[in-house]
Design a binder for this molecule. Structure first.
Ligand SMILES: [Zn+2]
Length: 115
């Protein structure tokens, strides 16, 4: 939508630039403009979160498929596992426990151990 020039001092829609009537704190002429404005404002944040969510979902799928409690980390990484993406962690060093939603695991000496 092309934004119109807003006359100096006038209260205009932040999305389309149409002059607004009614309450002085009104920012948009309607739902369409409010949604369009907010969607554009939050698009980069949403893209970032979608990317992180995709990586977490991939990690979960790889961990679910992993046979046995021990897996070579390099093999999991070939399947798309990204060790820097997890939903929780506790502890320190080789005792650190990671979580990917409902799956808990440890990573040590090039291996991943499901708990
Ligand atoms: Zn508008």
């Amino acid at each position: 939508m092309e934004k119109k020039d807003c006359a100096a001092g006038a209260n205009c829609c932040l999305e389309c630039g149409e002059p607004l009537s009614g309450r002085c704190d009104k920012k948009f002429c309607g739902d369409y403009c409010r949604n369009a404005y907010n969607n554009r404002l939050h698009v980069s944040e949403r893209r970032l979160m979608e990317g992180v969510n995709r990586k977490l979902a991939k990690n979960h799928k790889v961990l679910e498929k992993a046979a046995g409690p021990w897996s070579r980390l390099s093999e999991l990484e070939k399947e798309g596992f990204a060790k820097s993406f997890f939903t929780g962690c506790r502890g320190y060093g080789i005792c650190r426990t990671y979580e990917c939603y409902d799956i808990r695991y440890r990573i040590a000496f090039g291996y991943l151990m499901k708990l």
